[in-house]
Design a protein around this ligand. Structure first.
Ligand code: ATP
Ligand code: MG
Length: 440
């Protein structure tokens, strides 16, 4: 993409209406704009990141055997009366009336809708187990929308729902999602620690929140640093292996991690001091096992092997896709701007000409741009006739993993500069070796 053709409104000044660094950077680098309190438009660069995050979530859900579908944002109030949550949900639910005066709502979550869909179709034990998910916008009329997309009113969530014949099966579905979540966040280059959580109004007795450490987080957390070194893609860990999944769950629950709600001083003292980590954290995901709560309330049952009706056990599993854009920036930035992990970066390479009026520089940059694009390397090419320093400043702010800098002095000797955004390390390379490095 050429910057001269981009809608990329970069702000020089730090916006005064933003309180936390990720929100400031998202406004400054032109990722989002607020259109109403807690409601945001995603500008092209922010949208690219959102899509990358969404795609990682999707691929890991698919790999874990969940099936994607899409449910609507608008729901009928009657559905929620069946579960008893219509009144219980309170003012966070945005209630709407259609022209026939029917009560509708903008969905804050989809337990009711999917339970009803599944109830109407699933007949026998052969229809279970199943895990279904969708990635859809939600609306919660938060009392205090703040921190930009981190606590919006309209936000993008991946929510999955599992249906199993019994508790043992449902627990396996839970462990499967647990592993999928660990892998999802690892791929995004962030350390999201699974912490035992209270189930709250959704009911049930098994729940974990996935929390990313950041000073501006809303909850206080305590965890064993052993979590930081765990590799969830290690050999021997696979979805089909039930014993392995149970071991994973053991490992996760015996390694200490808790929020202020679930913190246990008695267990915390046993964590060696050098491994104690405390701080604040942002919730990026939340998984629940809640048994037959919704099945009973909404009349979901199937016929069992022996003909006797079985009431399925359920779990639900959420990831804050739009919140993650902010959370990743909270966890990965410096004074100059955002530092994107490669897997979610809007582009991989930022190509910059130091002089837009120097013919050999422009010719070399144009050719590099064509070659990078041809090799499938996502490149943002700053081809504007602007001062080099200004362009480099914007590139640092936008935070692409690599900057490829072409200037008159270097190019006279066939040399360019390759800068690693995270380390700041710069290397003088020939045009060919820079290209080889980026396309390998
Ligand atoms: P929180 O405690 O932060 O209010 P929650 O527990 O109400 O979140 P869940 O119902 O567990 O949220 O939703 C699943 C995920 O959706 C959360 O882990 C979070 O990442 C995301 N999420 C929830 N509320 C918001 C919001 N207002 N804005 C952006 N993302 C949100
Ligand atoms: Mg939650």
């Amino acid at each position: 993409m050429r910057v001269s053709r981009c809608f990329l409104p970069v702000l020089k000044e730090s916006p005064s209406d933003a309180q936390i660094v990720s929100h400031k950077l998202m406004l400054r680098a032109g990722l989002v704009r607020q259109t109403a309190s807690g409601i945001y438009a995603w500008l092209p660069i922010g949208f690219r990141v959102l899509k990358k995050i969404e795609q990682i979530v999707r691929e890991e859900q698919d790999r874990a055997g969940a099936q994607e579908m899409l449910m609507p944002t608008i729901q009928s109030a009657d559905l929620w009366r069946e579960s008893g949550r219509y009144d219980a949900y309170g003012p966070e639910m945005l209630r709407i009336r259609d022209r026939h005066d029917r009560e509708m709502l903008y969905g804050p979550t989809n337990e009711e809708m999917l339970t009803a869909i599944f109830r109407d179709e699933a007949k026998s034990y052969r229809d279970l187990p199943r895990t279904l998910y969708h990635i859809q916008w939600k609306f919660r009329d938060e009392v205090r929308p703040r921190f930009g997309v981190m606590r919006g009113r309209e936000f993008l969530m991946k929510d999955a729902y599992s249906f199993d014949l019994d508790e043992a099966g449902a627990r396996l579905s839970y462990y499967t999602q647990l592993l999928a979540y660990l892998r999802t966040f690892q791929r995004m280059g962030i350390k999201a620690v699974p912490m035992r959580a209270a189930n709250g109004p959704i009911g049930g007795d098994l729940s974990h929140e996935f929390i990313v450490l950041a000073p501006t987080g809303e909850s206080e957390v305590f965890y064993d640093s052993a979590f930081e070194d765990m590799d969830w893609n290690r050999e021997g860990l696979s979805y089909g292996d039930e014993a392995g999944l149970r071991e994973l769950f053991e490992e996760v629950t015996t390694t200490y991690a808790a929020t202020d709600e679930t913190h246990d001083e008695g267990r915390w003292v046993d964590v060696p001091d050098v491994r104690k980590r405390t701080g604040r954290g942002i919730e990026v995901g939340h998984i629940f096992y809640f048994g037959d709560l919704y099945s009973v309330k909404m009349g979901l049952k199937v016929s069992g092997k022996d003909g006797i009706p079985v009431v399925p056990h359920m779990g639900s599993y959420g990831i804050g896709v739009s919140r993650l854009v902010g959370a990743i920036i909270e966890a990965s930035h410096d004074e100059a701007g955002i530092v994107w992990p490669e897997s979610v970066a809007p582009w991989t390479v930022g190509l910059v000409t130091m002089r837009g009026d120097d013919e050999p520089t422009v010719t070399a940059a144009e050719q590099l741009y064509r070659q990078l694009e041809a090799a499938g390397v996502e490149t943002l090419y700053d081809d504007r006739d602007e001062r080099g320093g200004v362009k480099l400043g914007s590139m640092d702010l936008i935070g692409l993993p690599w900057q490829l800098i072409v200037g008159p002095r270097g190019i006279a000797n066939n040399m360019v500069e390759l800068k690693n955004r995270r380390t700041g390390e710069k290397q003088e390379l020939s045009v060919e070796s820079a290209l080889a490095r980026l396309t390998s």
